[in-house]
Write a protein of this length. Structure first.
Length: 165
């Protein structure tokens, strides 16, 4: 069960939540996965130190490596960011990029969307089931304001009252 960690104070009405899932090519404790597994703490620390980072899902040990959503072979990562640009810079323009470029070594290439983004009211920490619903929605309906991706994204809602779906 994810451990509740207080997010950084909100400075905007909405933040961007993200979930990504990846199916491992080998068991998590195998030699084939060791380099990835050993880098997780550094990757998480890099995220937490990145401008715009708000919160990440983790268990009581500070890791998300043992949290599962679909099956035992699928790792999950969920975090909240101040905005799309902050998340984009972390994913594609930081030390994270080195590991992203090597993902084929550790993970099966997905046949369906494996990353989903959605806006949440500032201060909201998404639950795993909420994230799963967003990913399944994206897979079934394609990108919409409800669930989208980097390539086809949507701006935060402009409604007077933030809505949690």
């Amino acid at each position: 069960m994810p451990h509740d960690v207080m997010p950084k104070p909100a400075t905007a009405r909405f933040h961007l939540a993200q979930l990504n899932v990846a199916t491992m090519r080998a068991p998590q404790d195998s030699p084939e996965m060791a380099e990835f597994t050993n880098a997780l703490d550094a990757i998480n620390q890099l995220a937490e130190a990145s401008p715009g980072f708000v919160w990440r899902m983790q268990d009581e040990t500070g890791s998300a490596a043992d949290i599962r959503l679909f099956d035992d072979e699928t790792l999950v990562n969920m975090s909240v960011w101040e905005d799309r640009d902050s998340l984009f810079k972390y994913v594609y323009k930081s030390g994270h990029t080195h590991y992203l470029g090597r993902r084929k070594e550790w993970f099966e290439m997905p046949s369906a969307p494996h990353v989903v983004l959605w806006w949440v009211p500032a201060g909201h920490m998404p639950e795993l089931e909420e994230a799963k619903e967003r990913l399944l929605y994206l897979r079934e309906h394609g990108p919409t304001q409800h669930a989208f991706a980097f390539k086809k994204h949507f701006e935060p809602p402009v409604s007077a009252q933030p809505q949690i779906s």
